[in-house]
Design a protein around this ligand. Structure first.
Ligand SMILES: Nc1nc2c(c(=O)[nH]1)N[C@H]1C(S)=C(S)[C@@H](COP(=O)(O)OP(=O)(O)OC[C@H]3O[C@@H](n4cnc5c(N)ncnc54)[C@H](O)[C@@H]3O)O[C@H]1N2
Ligand code: MOO
Ligand SMILES: [Mg+2]
Length: 716
């Protein structure tokens, strides 16, 4: 008989899912209960053990670390989080990772537990295959986990060998009988045939919502069901997109609905808050000016309103001098004296008006000839308060200086108010951090000095998208290039960016990818989002040109954030925009779809009382929309709304805005031509139709940059 040690052992890993054990590993008893059951079989290496809290993202990351990449494990057992409690979400974390479900194992485990307790009905186990690994969830209690593992442990070596790519014929020739004997079960050859039949003809039952699977009775490859599983091969890929085609307006509604609410941070008042939106009304901490200040350079006087009072006209001794930066206490001004003063300086006590130096002449100097002794004031019309700023007359102490919803603009007015009134920190909505990932095997860094070979192209999307995002004022993370092959690179790049590891030093709020969203067998973004990351695609096609395959999704992820009300909450998901790879498509869809979402996340959509009274100032999300006159005919697409790249200029003669195409030739607006955006400051919206948009017609345009001035005669 073969010694168990003569054959290579299988690799197993145990993931304990428990909030408690993740804080206190000594409290876990299950891992130590399961390991001996595997050891007793003599076919397993000592299992790897890890503990994570009941957190979907951490569970998925741990499982993927064991199933993906070169150091994969044959078997991944999870224990815990499979019940009905609110924090029990192990099945929800594991299901999306599974490529092929194994309901038989689930039945087997539940059947075994039911013999022990009716509470087995409250277990929600999941089992199945991811790549070459078998994943099984077990109950959290040591007893329940042991019972379940006992029920299936004899089958696992066989299942794992098949999963890893072992020949099923060899297995069936001898191995199955042996296993059946060991497991105390038997099957007929018909049953085994039946199993094979299922294996070939049923879809993966993946909860992705789009995986329409057509069961067929025959086995020819042309008849096999279509799937969004890239590993199923090109002969099984979709031949028409399963994603409904949305209008741009419908797509924008989805984005608005699924973009999370903005979060609030307390930021220091410095240049980093420029572009941020105020989250809480701000009240002046100090009055401006803080004292009675002179508006001019001249002489502080004691003026009176009474016609019978002393006139300011005449010759007066200059009793004191006050400069703007006065140090200690001020000497009170005595009646009959005047005090020299500079602009902005505090008036001495008793003084109530200032005479401009232009309205005076020097009457006499001090004996040493260096100073004024007396000065003659030439005007008698000085009234109390003249040339004086009262304390708080620019900004009253405690007055509201900025309202929730106000934007701290680069013009400087808002930051000036904050700085002047002694506000050192301010509550603003956090600007979202955006990660940009290029995908594709053909991509080469744009500055790679080597000559391109074969189908290589330079990655122009990352620099162009990053530049656009940074110009809009959002912090960005360059996530690099992820290859389509080997499988999993895109998934890992996305997971790392959410976790803030690898190229992303801290986690990103929004992911933007380009490439891989259309119909090719290496267009992996949609399956990666749905199958590997358990995400939900809210739209995967839009009736627009360019940008048809634009994809928008949410990916489950948990982290602690504070709400707009300041309470702590767990944010459930992050958003991802997967834009088409064609460079013009990527930039147009960034402007059209990503910007409104970033605006919402930045708090631009937050209502403000101040703005309610000034509706014309209410900030709109996304690019500003204006009406423009076409300076020439624009061709129309028969089906899709076109976003034609154009230069919009403001006429100096009639004040209207005029739009001229950046390229009208047959290929001028082709989605591969990034040059169609060079010099463009607008996207002219052309609704589908026959023929052309006529010269002189007024249409809508979205402004991407400032309007240039022009002489209408030169463009029309
Ligand atoms: N059978 C169909 N084919 C295509 C359809 C369709 O509906 N049915 N849609 C077309 C449309 S429209 C577009 S847009 C593109 C979208 O393509 P993908 O998003 O899948 O992108 P890729 O296939 O990866 O690349 C397309 C194109 O863009 C170049 N590219 C990709 N990344 C970059 C980058 N970072 N910098 C510069 N250029 C990049 C890539 O090399 C390709 O040439 O699909 C059509 N096909
Ligand atoms: O929709 Mo695609 O972006 O035209 O080429
Ligand atoms: Mg493609």
């Amino acid at each position: 008989m073969e010694s168990p040690d003569a054959t290579p052992r299988l690799k197993a890993a145990i993931l304990i899912v428990s909030d408690t054990a993740s804080k206190d590993p000594a409290s876990d008893k299950t891992a130590n209960a399961l390991a001996p059951i595997l050891a007793a079989e003599g076919k397993w290496e000592t299992p790897a053990i890890k503990i994570v809290p009941d957190n979907v993202f951490q569970i998925q990351q741990a499982v993927c670390d064991w199933t993906d990449g070169p150091n994969w494990y044959n078997l991944v057992l999870l224990s815990g989080g499979t019940g009905f409690a609110v924090r029990d979400n192990t099945p929800e974390a594991v299901s999306p990772l599974i490529h092929r479900h194994a309901p038989g194992l689930v039945h087997g485990m539940i059947a075994a537990s039911l013999k022990v307790t009716p509470f087995a009905m409250m277990a929600r186990p999941v089992a199945g295959v991811r790549d070459k690994s078998l994943i099984i969830t077990l109950p959290g209690s040591p007893k329940g986990a042991m019972e379940n593992l006992d029920a299936v442990v004899k089958l696992l070596p066989h299942a794992c060998l098949q999963t890893a790519g072992g020949s099923s014929r060899v297995m069936h020739a001898g191995g199955v009988k042996k296993l059946e004997a060991e497991a105390g079960v038997s099957s007929t050859s018909e049953q085994r045939q039946h199993d094979h039949h299922h294996h070939h003809h049923h879809g993966h039952g993946h909860g992705c919502g789009h995986g329409h699977v057509v069961p067929k009775a025959h086995t020819s490859s042309a008849d096999r069901p279509q799937s969004n599983d890239p590993s199923a091969g090109p002969n099984r890929r979709y031949r028409s997109s399963p994603y409904p085609m949305l209008s741009v307006e419908e797509a924008l509604l989805q984005i608005s609905e699924h973009t999370p609410e903005p979060t609030i941070i307390e930021a220091p008042v410095n240049l980093s808050v420029v572009g941020s939106v105020i989250a809480e009304d701000v009240y002046a901490a100090e009055a401006v000016p803080a004292y009675k200040a002179s508006i001019v350079d001249g002489y502080a006087v004691i003026a009176t309103d009474s016609p019978s009072g002393p006139s300011t006209k005449g010759i007066f001794p200059v009793a004191s001098v006050t400069h703007a930066n006065v140090g200690g206490g001020l000497v009170p001004l005595q009646p009959g004296n005047i005090a020299r003063i500079t602009t902005g300086a505090p008036l001495p006590p008793n003084a109530n008006a200032v005479v401009m130096v232009e309205d005076t002449v020097l009457a006499s100097s001090t004996p040493d000839g260096t100073e004024e002794a007396t000065v003659e004031i030439l005007t008698g019309d000085i009234r109390p308060g003249e040339n004086v700023r009262e304390p708080g007359s620019d900004i009253a102490l405690g007055s509201k200086i900025l309202s929730r919803g106000d934007v701290i603009s680069p013009v400087g007015g808002e930051i000036g108010l904050l700085a002047a009134s002694g506000i050192r920190t301010v509550k603003v909505f956090k600007k979202p951090r955006v990660g940009v990932l290029s995908t594709g095997d053909e991509l080469v860094e744009h500055d790679d000095p080597r000559t391109l070979t074969g189908g290589q192209i330079r990655d122009s999307n990352r620099p162009s998208l990053l530049s656009c995002l940074q110009a809009w004022g959002f912090p960005t993370v360059d996530l690099g290039i992820a290859r389509d092959t080997p499988a999993g690179e895109i998934e890992h790049a996305l997971r790392d960016s959410l976790r803030g590891v690898g190229r992303a030093s801290s986690s990103v709020d929004v992911i933007v990818t380009t490439g891989g969203v259309s119909m090719g067998e290496l267009d992996l973004l949609k399956p990666t989002i749905e199958r590997s990351l358990g995400g939900t695609i809210h739209f995967g096609r839009v009736s627009m040109k360019p940008g048809k395959p634009t994809t928008f999704a949410t990916i489950p992820f948990k982290e602690a954030t504070s709400t707009t009300e300041g309470a702590q909450q767990e944010r459930q998901s992050k958003i991802i925009f997967s834009l088409p790879g064609n460079p013009a498509s990527a930039l147009v869809t960034l402007n059209l779809f990503v910007l409104p979402s970033l605006h919402k996340l930045s708090g631009l959509g937050e209502s403000s009382q101040a703005l309610a009274s000034k509706p014309w100032m209410a900030p709109q999300l996304g690019l500003p929309r204006v009406a423009v006159v076409l300076t020439h005919h624009f061709p129309l697409d028969p089906k899709r709304t076109e976003y034609h790249r154009a230069v919009v200029t403001a006429s100096r003669s009639d004040g209207r805005l005029y739009a001229t195409s950046t390229g009208l030739s047959g290929t001028g607006q082709r989605s591969s031509r990034v040059g169609s955006l060079a010099s463009a400051n607008a996207l002219v919206v052309l609704h589908p139709g026959r023929g052309v948009g006529i010269k002189g017609e007024i249409v809508e345009a979205l402004m991407m940059g400032p309007v240039h001035g022009c002489d209408t005669r030169l463009i029309c």
